[in-house]
Design a protein around this ligand. Sequence first.
Ligand code: ZN
Length: 196
Amino acid sequence: MHTNIGPHVADDVLEMYLMKSLPEDDIASVEEHLLICSDCQDQVEETETFIRAAKIALLDRGRKPAARALYVRGWIVVPVFAAVLLAITAGLLIPRQHSPAALPLAEAHLFAMRGAPVAHLRSGLGLILNLDATELPAGEYTVRVVDSGGREVWTGAGVSGNPLRVTIGRPLPAGQYWVRALQGADLKREYGLKLE
Ligand SMILES: [Zn+2]
């Protein structure tokens, strides 16, 4: 399939490119190659996912950040990766109290109507969920996320309105989830969510 696209971008170069630490002179040739090489585009996507997940893991206070980050997607630990992780750590650990807005998040709109498609998102990211609240009574809502076994994995207050909005600032593992909007103890609506 590959014709005249030159050699693939080396992993370490790609990581430097995504971390914005690649020298100016090298950026153009990397971007030129990425435009036409689907293999390297896939690699970018995978590396970006990893970097986001690592940032979330590092931002999640009170855990063992390095250990959690290292197990994301079974990433193979190589020296260049260690350097990237160090760079992330150095950049985020000091100002993290002041940078909640830097959390990488995936966003989806969830509908509970019959026949509406179940929202699919990538696992390993923080989530912003916009829950369709058409015809729901106004007022305060608690939102609960339960896994396919009925175990509660997250709960928090929804930001009132239509859509009813919640932000889950930590990654959830891949799987099928139910997102429940409650007023007091009354379940008002339930939405499906799939993380892959
Ligand atoms: Zn390539």
